[in-house]
Design a protein around this ligand. Structure first.
Ligand code: SAH
Ligand code: MG
Length: 212
């Protein structure tokens, strides 16, 4: 996005508390791809507006987005899934440090299996945030479908992936496959008969899918 616009928007975000800055720094040092400031503030605003009681997140990393969602709606209970051992441990520490054990339940495991398990126990969620392996988004979305309450919302992060997704000449061996997967996910998503989806150029690209 335009540099001048990003600088302007970043200068006009709500102030964040010290614990937020601490986790952002931790993510920066360990190169954890947490949501950027504009993206996370947008997600938080969606939560303030829609006031979901039950939130499900796929891809906790070190707990940053889960803690920010809880900040936006302290009444919500959040279930979040992370498969990486180290990040899971860091997430537990951050959740404990901020006394959010009651609000945030973190599951250590692969989302493909864990989502199936959650569906078997008849859980439903008002708001689902997909932010894990980009190549598996379609699978995640399909597994989330039975978990989503009526008029619920599914947010997918990184759907424009550094703008590569919209560049017809993009051809980098490292990301080519993933970018193609995101492209086909976006096409599939906007044509899904049970959802109305809008894609926004916020953060790394956010898709908002509303269940009809
Ligand atoms: N939502 C976080 C960032 C998540 S980064 C934030 O903004 O603060 C993506 C995370 O998804 C990584 O930590 C990665 O380990 C995890 N992940 C990727 N694929 C997964 C899967 N299949 N199951 C569970 N976690 C997964
Ligand atoms: Mg992301």
């Amino acid at each position: 996005m335009d540099e001048q616009l990003l600088n302007y928007l970043n200068r006009h975000l709500p102030p964040s508390e010290d614990w937020v800055k601490d986790i952002e720094q931790q993510a920066h040092i360990d190169r954890v791809p947490i949501m950027d400031s504009i993206g996370i503030n947008f997600l938080m605003q969606l939560i303030r507006l829609s006031k979901p009681k039950r939130i499900l997140e796929i891809g906790a990393a070190i707990g940053y987005s889960a803690l920010r969602m809880s900040e936006a709606n302290p009444e919500a209970t959040i279930t979040t899934i992370e498969r990486d051992d180290k990040r899971y441990q860091q997430a537990i520490e951050n959740i404990t440090k901020n006394n959010k054990e009651a609000a945030i339940n973190i599951i250590h495991g692969d989302a493909i299996e864990e989502l199936t398990r959650l569906a078997e126990s008849n859980n439903t969620y008002d708001f689902i945030f997909i932010d894990a392996a980009k190549g598996s988004y379609k699978r995640f979305f399909e597994l989330c479908f039975p978990l989503l309450a009526d008029q619920g919302v599914i947010i997918s992060d990184n759907v424009l992936f550094r703008g590569y997704v919209l560049d017809p000449n993009f051809d980098h061996p490292r990301y080519k496959k993933m970018v193609e997967k995101i492209r086909s996910y976006n096409e599939w998503l906007v044509n899904h008969p049970s959802f109305i989806t809008t894609i926004l150029p916020i953060g790394d690209g956010v898709a908002i899918s509303y269940k009809k």
